[in-house]
Design a protein around this ligand. Structure first.
Ligand SMILES: NC(=O)c1ccc[n+]([C@@H]2O[C@H](COP(=O)([O-])OP(=O)(O)OC[C@H]3O[C@@H](n4cnc5c(N)ncnc54)[C@H](O)[C@@H]3O)[C@@H](O)[C@H]2O)c1
Length: 401
């Protein structure tokens, strides 16, 4: 693990005691970090996790990566507040605090800095340093890792920027300096809003293309042959995870709050992407109807409950919304996901293995996540009908989104 090579003494402070126990026992619960890597870090004696706030005492650098969810549709900064108040007690002259959580522009300067100053009695930018550097981890991506993905860095003043940049240059191959924390905060929201909006574009296109009887997937592939000015995005059952369904709303909330206007692109993209699970179910109803069958009482097998391929992250996954709709129609729903834990799947939904018998006994199979672990041949050989929302299967009885 790279952190072992760099040689910092690292404390992983997390309020979740269960997580800290697992970390200290070298049991990784993060897809991209193996238990072996964790073990080698623990064995150095220079890394340990703790759920005690006092474990932060004496820190030189603190990186804050706490959740930033939406609560009742609004940015919820309570985790950032709690972490800042804990850190404030231990800020010493010369210390550096960097926020990495995704949040709206202004959070670092207007929200975090006052709490750190109040709790420490020190002046930010003079006595200690503060910056913002967005996380760019792409779970499951084996090519672009923490080390080789350029890291955007910022500080509340030039002295802070210098400290932030110097720290991250020990960890990553390249840093990208921006002039202030607002720009760095906006950078992250721009990246995620860009994906969110483009996915919404192809999702809406997929809905209309199906009505027009045009193969949208082929059109996207053909457009991607253009070597400039086009970047392919693909339709799917909706967006999930902790970023796309949430982050753009942080931006639109801030715009409405500060400028009093609606960020229409974000609103529209939210609307389209949120309706994709309904559309998947509607397509399934149409398919069964063509065969004179009802969804009520039909057994439906869902392949993939994670929001993203080859990960076990089921947070905000559109597959849960698909399952919920199907259950509300009276379908008998089962699901397969080799990466997702039973405890992360909604109640009322049975997780099963994708055996030939399980596939054959379903009236319809819906492929929602394109995990490499799925045996596609077994699916196409045994399924009676498949709605493939990821365009990875082939066969007469396979339909695409
Ligand atoms: N995971 C990613 O791939 C990713 C990528 C880009 C950005 N982000 C952003 O990073 C942030 C964290 O995301 P995540 O997926 O790692 O969340 P997570 O929920 O998996 O982990 C956050 C951890 O913070 C802990 N925590 C909560 N309050 C705390 C406190 N006061 N002090 C110490 N620990 C506390 C939680 O117990 C949890 O273990 C979010 O803002 C997210 O948008 C995550």
């Amino acid at each position: 693990m790279r952190s072992v090579v760099v040689g910092y003494d690292v404390v992983g402070y997390d309020t979740d005691e269960l997580r800290t126990k697992k970390l200290n026992a070298a049991e990784s619960f993060i897809d991209d970090v193996t238990s072996e890597d964790l073990q080698s870090a623990v064995e150095t004696g220079r890394y340990h996790a703790s759920s005690q706030g006092r474990s932060c005492a004496g820190f030189d650098v603190a990186i804050v990566t706490v959740p930033t969810p939406l609560t009742e549709g609004r940015p919820d900064l309570s985790f950032i507040e709690a972490a800042s108040r804990t850190l404030a007690r231990y800020v010493r002259p010369g210390a550096l605090v960097v926020l990495e959580s995704t949040t709206y522009p202004g959070t670092t300067e207007e929200f975090v800095v006052p709490m750190l100053e109040e709790g420490s009695g020190l002046i930010a930018g003079e006595d200690f340093f503060v910056g913002y550097s967005p996380e760019r981890i792409d779970p499951g991506n084996r090519v672009w890792t923490l080390t080789n993905t350029p890291k955007v860095v910022s500080g509340i003043n030039p002295a802070s920027l210098e400290q932030v940049d110097r720290f991250y240059r020990t960890l990553v191959d390249r840093t990208v300096r921006v002039s202030g924390t607002h720009e760095a905060e906006l950078t992250k929201l721009l990246e995620n809003t860009f994906r969110h909006v483009n996915i919404a574009l192809v999702n809406e296109l997929a809905v209309f293309a199906a009505e027009l009887d045009i193969d949208v997937w082929e059109a996207i592939d053909a457009a991607a042959s253009k070597p400039f000015g086009f970047m392919p995005f693909h339709p799917g059952p909706g967006v999930g995870g902790h970023c796309l369904p949430i982050d753009p709303s942080y931006l639109s909330w801030r715009v409405r709050r500060r400028v009093g206007k609606s960020f229409r692109f974000v609103e529209l993209a939210n609307d389209i992407n949120e309706h994709m699970p309904d559309y998947v179910v509607r397509r399934l109803i149409d398919a069964l109807n063509r065969d004179g069958k009802a969804l009520r009482g039909a057994r439906v097998l869902l392949l993939g409950m994670a929001y993203k391929r080859n990960t076990g992250d089921a947070r905000e996954a559109p597959s849960a919304a698909v399952a919920k709709h199907l259950l509300s129609y009276g379908a008998e729903v089962r699901a397969v996901d080799p990466h997702v834990l039973d405890s992360d799947v909604m109640s009322g939904l049975a997780l099963v293995d994708a055996t030939p018998e399980e596939i054959a006994s379903a009236e319809a199979v819906v492929l929602l996540t394109d995990h490499d672990a799925f045996d596609l041949d077994v699916v196409t050989t045994h399924a009676r009908y498949v709605l493939d929302t990821r365009h990875i299967l082939e066969g007469d009885h396979v339909e695409y989104l």
